[in-house]
Design a protein around this ligand. Structure first.
Ligand code: GLC
Length: 598
């Protein structure tokens, strides 16, 4: 291979910035569709549109003037099902799956997701996220399974095995252990911030998922935007994208990882002295494939120049290109076009079995935090209240059709049921009325009220609750408390569900509810919610609540310094084990929280 061909091979560009002919001309090794990028930029594109584009890129990569052609590989953020694709069944986000405490379920979800991805001609998933989140302020808390390293390790092994299956088979995709290392441990939960801890705790807590992923032969690792400061020595190692010690000596030398290391979106540009298109430090630190979504042409030119000027040894480029090609060989990509060869049919995007799997996952993800006898709801006339009750965007969260999960509406999610739709399917439309805010409703006409309090969708930094802001849900969403005030305390039982990407302070919501369910971000299968909320026709519980918190739940508006929490990790009631919660303290909203220790 020529230098140009090797540097092209270590370059990854976004489909919005690269054509199939560019892939051919510049020998590009990889492409991706970032959140909100679809074939032809059509959000409602068909599975066939994805297949056609995949085949165009693949054929272009196989028509270069190279002596031995090297196929391009396409990566996508399929983080709760194939969530960029219109009509796909979306599973609960990881925080809810963590509450299920069911690694075998993860393997099943991983396999189903891999089939969805292969049905579109793509062979690489940027999942699972293995963050072990320490502070719920982080906007990516919902991408984490648990604050318990042991659970994250078990889930990592299961999810990677589910996604990768038999490498090279028509239902296998490469998995990505991300984001290496310490993404969930930043101070104040600041996205892309600094993880201040000892090296020993970095390996004990934040690397736990990687031990599981490596045990399942994970083929790719994505580097974190965060930085690491060693509190034992005081050494500020700086940005992970420039950390040769952790990316090479530890990940390769000590842990024996043999796959490829990919940077995050323009992550190389965050290394001091670097730009999004020029960073010899990151390549020399052990990044094999550079995710340079837009400035990839400049990256190629600068990197060629770096090699010629000996700022990057040719041996490093050879090693990076060889690793990428080795992963492609193991994935079967050289054997046939993933779009033209055998692959699952479009039905796997939302087949009855996929929807049933997602529905089961929803049931298992729900955590009952309060039940003063209101559950299961009798099958009478129900009033549904709250802005999130008929909103698939809020029910699904970020990374759902678009990166932020915004600019979408419920009708953009066919093959799906909002909670309201699910209750109407279960009870009959005439038995279920809806009011977004509870204004002017005579609640005495109903046998029960279902209230949904919900965060608006977000992803990454947009989701941070920036210190010192309060963690109280109603401080950020007063409309939910107002709606609950209108319908509660009038002699009709109120069951409140919270759609959120993290544990939040909710004493005021719980005090106005006869039952309270942490539903996290359930995804498209609202029937899984109805299954557990409603009594069976014979009046008995159709399903029980089996979910248990995978994160501590705050008692007040701020992270407790003394470690006191309203509900500890592992907490969750069942219908056979109700518990009267009693009134919770409702202090005036906190305007600013005291300094935190993490
Ligand atoms: C994002 C995320 C990463 C994702 C990548 C590609 O910024 O940090 O998790 O895989 O870019 O979309």
């Amino acid at each position: 291979m020529t230098l140009e061909q090797k540097v092209g091979q270590i370059t990854q560009a976004d489909i919005r910035s690269v054509t199939p002919d560019d892939v051919r001309k510049y020998y590009l090794g990889s492409i991706l569709n970032g959140g909100g990028a679809w074939p032809g930029m059509n959000m409602h594109g068909s599975v066939d549109d994805w297949l056609k584009l995949s085949d165009e890129y693949y054929r272009a990569s196989m028509s270069t003037d190279m002596a031995v052609k090297v196929p391009v590989i396409w990566g996508t953020d399929a983080v709760h099902g194939h969530n960029n694709v219109y009509g796909a069944t979306l599973f609960p986000h990881n925080i809810g799956l963590g509450a299920a405490h069911d690694p075998a379920l993860m393997a099943r979800i991983g396999h189903a997701t891999a089939e969805q991805i292969r049905a579109t001609g793509i062979t690489w998933a940027f999942a699972p996220t293995l963050a072990v989140v320490q502070n719920p302020r982080w906007g990516r808390t919902y991408e984490s399974y648990s604050s318990d390293p042991a659970e994250v390790r078990a889930y990592a092994e299961a999810m990677v095995a589910g996604l990768q299956g038999q490498l090279g088979s028509a239902t296998s995709v490469l998995a990505t252990a991300k984001h290496w290392l310490g993404d969930g441990g930043t101070f104040h939960g600041q996205n892309e911030g600094v993880t201040q801890t000892t090296e020993a705790n970095l390996y004990r807590t934040h690397a736990a998922g990687y031990y599981g992923a490596l045990a399942a032969n994970v083929q790719t690792v994505m580097v974190s935007y965060s930085s690491f400061t060693d509190t034992a020595t005081g050494r500020a190692w700086g940005k992970m994208h420039g950390n040769a010690y952790l990316n090479t000596d530890v990940l390769r030398g000590r842990l024996g990882f043999e796959g490829l290391v990919v940077s995050d979106w323009n992550g190389i540009g965050q290394v001091p002295g670097c730009t999004n298109w020029h960073c010899p430090q990151a390549i020399n630190a052990g990044i094999d494939l550079a995710m340079v979504p837009d400035d990839w042409k400049k990256f190629i030119a600068w990197t060629i120049e770096d090699v010629q000027a000996r700022r990057i040894p040719m041996s490093r480029i050879d090693e990076a290109a060889a690793r990428i090609i080795a992963v492609k060989l193991r994935s079967g990509l050289f054997d046939r076009s993933p779009a033209a060869g055998p692959h699952p049919g479009a039905e796997v995007m939302s087949s009855p079995s996929v929807r049933e799997l997602a529905r089961e996952a929803v049931r298992k993800s729900l955590v009952l935090l309060k039940n003063d006898g209101a559950l299961p709801l009798k099958r009478g006339r129900i009033l549904v209240v709250g802005k999130g009750a008929d909103s698939l965007p809020m029910q699904s969260g970020g990374w759902s059709l678009t990166w932020q999960g915004d600019n979408t509406k419920t009708s953009d999610f066919p093959n799906a049921d909002s909670l309201l739709a699910a209750l109407r399917k279960s009870l009959g439309s005439t038995n279920v009325d809806y009011s977004a805010d509870g204004t002017g409703v005579d609640v005495s006409r109903y046998s029960g009220i279902v209230m949904v309090a919900a965060e608006k969708p977000y992803a990454e930094t947009a989701g941070d609750i920036v210190f010192p802001a309060s963690l109280r849900h109603s401080s950020r969403y007063p409309e939910d408390l107002a709606a609950l005030d209108r319908v509660s305390g009038k002699g009709v039982p109120v069951v409140t569900l919270l759609f959120s990407g993290r544990p939040v302070a909710a004493n005021d919501l719980m005090n106005r509810s006869d039952a309270f369910v942490a539903a996290f971000l359930p995804g498209t299968e609202g029937l899984g919610l109805a299954d557990v909320l409603l009594a069976a026709p014979d009046g008995r519980a159709a399903y029980d609540f089996t979910g248990r918190l995978s994160f501590d739940w705050p008692a007040g508006d701020c992270l407790p310094q003394q470690g006191g929490y309203r509900f500890p990790r592992g907490y969750g009631l069942s219908l056979t084990r109700p518990a009267r919660l009693g009134p919770l303290p409702e202090s005036p909203p906190t305007m600013a929280c005291p300094p935190e220790s993490r």
